[in-house]
Design a protein around this ligand. Structure first.
Ligand code: GLU
Length: 309
C-alpha cells in the first residue's frame, strides 16, 4: 500500500502491517481487538443475484449484459474502502461491497465484475469514455460533478478531516494549516476546499492518498487531508505513527458514478441501494469492512432521486 519506505517511521509502519497480516493469517485477532485487520473473506456477505432482471432503457446495462460482466472503477489503496491485495489482485472494502451488491441487483453475478483502479482526477473522463460502467470509490456527489456524470445514492456520508503524525501537537483543525505543507489527491473535493478556504496552507497534490501518507511518514508534508473514512483507515493501520485530528469540516456524500445520461441505470441503482439497506445487506457489508476501523454502522443517508435533466 505504501511505496518505498525510507526512514524508521516507515519501517515501523511496515512492521505494523506485517503484524496485522500475521494476526489475520493465524486468526488470533478477536472481535473488539485493536483495529487493523482487513476484511476477512469468509465474513463478507453474499448477495442474491436478481433473476430475469432487465433494463433495456440503459445503454450501459445493455452493453454489460452482452459482455457478461460490469467493469467498475474503484480505488486500490484506501483501507477498508477499496483496497487491492498486490499478491492476489483481489479487491476488498466497503466500496467494493457496494459495487458487488449493485451488480447482483442488476442481474449480473458480482463474481464476474472486472475492477479497474481509477484515481480521483480521472473518474469523470473514465465514465465519459465508457472505460468503466460505473464507479464506486469515495466519490462525493456535488453540483459541479453532476454536470459531467450521474450519481446514484448517496450510500454513505463522510466528512473532510486531517491526518497527522502521532507526535504532531500544532495541528487540530484546518485553521492551523497556515504555512504548513498539506497533501491531498489531485481532482478531489478536499484538495479544492483547502485551496479556496485555507489559501495560506501550502498544498501538495499527488494522484493518490497513499503517496500523501508516505510523504507524511517521511516528514515531507505536515498533514494529509481527505475524508475521515479514508484517513481512519490509514491511522488504524499505523496506530503508533499517525492520528486523525479535529472534527470533520465538510459533508461528503458518497455516490455511485454513472454515465451522465443513463438515467435508467441511475434509477435502478437507487432502487437497489434502498432494497439492500432494507434487507440488511448494506449494514452487513459495512460491518465486514469499514466497521473494522472501529466506527459502528451509521444510518445510511437518504437517497437523492434527482430528476433526469
Ligand atoms: N470524497 C472526496 C472526493 O470525491 C475525496 C475522496 C476521493 O478523492 O476519492 O473528491
Amino acid at each position: 500500500m505504501f511505496r518505498t519506505p525510507r526512514v524508521p517511521a516507515a519501517l515501523a509502519l511496515l512492521t505494523a502491517l506485517l503484524t496485522v497480516v500475521g494476526a489475520g493469517l493465524t486468526g488470533c485477532g478477536k472481535e473488539g481487538s485493536p483495529p487493523g485487520k482487513g476484511p476477512a473473506a469468509d465474513k463478507l456477505p453474499t448477495y442474491q443475484v436478481a433473476q430475469r432482471f432487465r433494463l433495456p432503457d440503459s445503454p450501459t446495462w445493455t452493453r454489460a449484459r452482452k459482455r457478461g460482466y460490469f467493469v467498475v472503477g474503484v480505488k486500490e489503496d484506501q483501507p477498508y474502502l477499496g483496497e487491492r491485495d498486490p499478491a492476489t489482485g483481489v479487491y476488498s472494502g466497503f466500496d467494493i461491497e457496494i459495487a458487488r451488491m449493485i451488480s447482483a441487483s442488476l442481474g449480473l453475478d458480482p463474481k464476474t465484475i472486472r475492477f479497474k483502479t481509477i484515481a480521483s482526477a480521472n473518474r469523470e473522463t473514465a465514465l465519459q469514455n465508457g472505460q468503466i460502467d460505473y464507479y464506486v470509490g469515495t466519490y462525493t456527489i456535488n453540483a459541479n460533478r453532476r454536470k459531467l456524470v450521474g450519481f446514484a445514492g448517496p450510500y454513505y456520508m463522510a466528512g473532510q478531516s486531517l491526518l497527522v503524525r502521532r507526535d504532531e501537537n500544532d495541528i487540530h483543525g484546518p485553521e492551523d494549516l497556515d504555512g504548513k505543507r498539506v497533501c491531498s489527491a489531485a481532482g478531489s473535493t478536499p484538495y479544492q476546499r483547502i485551496r479556496t478556504d485555507y489559501p495560506k496552507a501550502i498544498l501538495v497534490a499527488y494522484d493518490t492518498y497513499s503517496v500523501c501518507v508516505d510523504n507524511l511518514l517521511t516528514y515531507q508534508v505536515d498533514a494529509v487531508t481527505t475524508d475521515d473514512a479514508i484517513l481512519i483507515g490509514y491511522a488504524a493501520k499505523a496506530p503508533g505513527e499517525l492520528k486523525v485530528v479535529g472534527k470533520p469540516f465538510s459533508k461528503e456524500p458518497y455516490g455511485i458514478g454513472v454515465p451522465r445520461d443513463d438515467n435508467a441505470l441511475r434509477f435502478a441503482m437507487n432502487d437497489a441501494l434502498e432494497a439492500r439497506q432494507k434487507n440488511g445487506d448494506w449494514k452487513r457489508a459495512y460491518e465486514a469492512t469499514l466497521g473494522l476501523s472501529g466506527v459502528p454502522a451509521p444510518e445510511p443517508p437518504p437517497i437523492d432521486r434527482y430528476p433526469a435533466s
